[in-house]
Write a protein that binds this ligand. Structure first.
Ligand code: HEM
Length: 413
């Protein structure tokens, strides 16, 4: 690497904290805190940087000297190592992995695609689907898994609704979307089998959306896919970018929102005094969702690469080409950015959490995610006022990226 550094290795090897530690999943925040207090700008022996303070995490996401690693480095191979067929989309064609100027162009198209009509329709769907899912869960109760019953099914339905995916295809798409995400997420358990499933899922999703886009071209509707197809026909985006966007909406918008609803419900149920406020002060709904996003963030990392040497101060110079992991989950508990960071306070003001990232890649779906959080949690606790946890301990998926509960058993009493 170029430049110099005075950082020292903290406990926990490559990342400065040990995600395989048995206690990590239950409380990653104390592990983050130890690293932030000892080595907030940590240079891993493996040659990348791990940032746990709000200041530096925010900086690398906003500063144009940082961006996504070269697309070739992130593009997956097919199971036999050959390139995917030419017309197929992979990570290179997804907004989230792009740098300007492609990123600027794609983001503009997506903004135009999600006009007021699409958003009104999505908001109506969120209300209606939440009611329907809670009818089913409460009818089958008294005990149910909140992740399966609501947190997972609501956001999945929202993306299907946006793209106009017909109901009978939902299960197939869901399996592919999960396999694909499991194969591209930084995790300590990704295997060769995950990679194979990821590439098969990518092929399945490409084929599926290619056929659905052809149908929409024959009979355009008000959905996002019809609008994307029109943008492709006008030469604003490529056919691969159209397909890549369909896939991206699932991988960016589904699991993350599941985690907001799941982690948010768990945090409220573990803090009865805050839950009482949530119920009795409906005007707190907006700040409550922001605080739940900060307190137990749905996704914990962003990865960037330095395009040139960047001096982060205190003798830490990130060399051109070096990768940086911004641990947003840690930055959200930085006492320099949030007074009493480990306290859940639904009325918190000046809440500049990084759960939707910052800078040019700031979450495109944040308004939809916020609405889902508000409607799902608001309706849940209104319709099930006696809801309590039906277990003492909860397991999380072994992902470094996502803070994802495996299940959240609850009971209406
Ligand atoms: C609570 C739920 C959500 C969270 C926590 C979340 C978080 C994020 C984060 C952290 C990023 C930036 C990642 C990075 O640059 O490293 C991002 C980008 C993105 N998100 Fe979300 N997201 C959520 C929901 C959604 C939804 C519902 C959608 C779509 C309907 C969506 C679509 C996107 C897209 C398209 C991008 C790429 C933006 C770009 O690169 O310019 N997200 N999201």
């Amino acid at each position: 690497m170029s430049g110099t550094t005075t950082t020292r290795a903290g406990a926990g090897g490559m990342l400065g904290f040990d995600p395989t530690d048995p206690g990590f999943q239950q409380d990653p925040y104390q592990h983050y805190r130890r690293l932030r207090e000892s080595t907030p700008v940590f240079r891993s022996p493996a040659g990348f940087w791990v940032l746990t303070r709000h200041r530096e995490c925010d900086l690398v996401m906003r500063d144009e000297r940082f961006g996504y690693p070269s697309p070739a480095a992130t593009a997956p191979d097919t199971p036999d190592g050959t390139a995917l067929p030419g017309g197929f989309a992979d990570q290179r064609h997804m907004l989230i992995f792009m740098n300007p100027p492609d990123h600027t162009r794609m983001r503009r198209v997506l903004r135009d695609t999600f006009g007021p009509r699409v958003m009104r329709s999505a908001n109506g769907y969120i209300e209606q689907r939440t009611g329907q899912l809670l009818d089913e869960a409460l009818h089958n109760g008294p005990e149910f898994d909140l992740i399966t019953a609501l947190a997972h099914r609501l956001p999945f339905g929202v993306i299907c609704h946006l793209l106009g995916v017909p109901e009978p295809d939902h299960l197939m798409i869901e399996k592919w979307a999960q396999d694909y995400l499991a194969g591209v997420s930084p995790s300590f358990t990704v295997s060769q089998a995950n990679h194979q499933a990821r590439d098969e899922a990518l092929t399945g999703l490409n084929d599926y959306f290619l056929a659905l886009a052809a149908e929409r071209r024959r009979a355009p509707g008000e959905d996002v896919l019809s609008r994307l197809a029109a943008a492709a026909d006008q030469g604003e985006i490529s056919e691969q970018e159209l397909l890549g966007t369909c896939i991206l909406l699932f991988i960016a918008g589904h699991g993350t929102t599941t985690n907001l609803i799941g982690n948010g419900a768990l945090a409220l149920l573990r803090h009865p005094e805050q839950l009482a406020r949530f119920r009795s002060e409906p005007e707190l709904a907006a700040s409550a969702v922001e605080e739940l996003l900060r307190y137990d963030s749905p996704s914990h990392l962003s990865i960037r690469v330095a395009f040139e040497d960047v001096d982060l101060g205190e003798g830490n110079v990130v060399g051109a080409g070096e990768q940086v992991i911004a641990v947003r989950g840690a930055a959200n508990r930085d006492p320099d950015a949030f007074p009493d960071p480990d306290t859940l306070d639904l009325g918190r003001t000046d809440n500049r959490h990084l759960s939707f990232a910052s800078g040019i890649h700031v979450c495109f779906g944040a308004p939809l995610a916020r609405t889902q959080g508000k409607v799902a949690l608001g309706t849940l606790f209104r319709r099930a006022p006696g809801l309590t946890l039906a277990a003492d301990r909860f397991e999380y998926k072994p992902s470094l990226l996502s803070r994802a509960l495996e299940a959240l058993p609850v009971t209406t009493g």
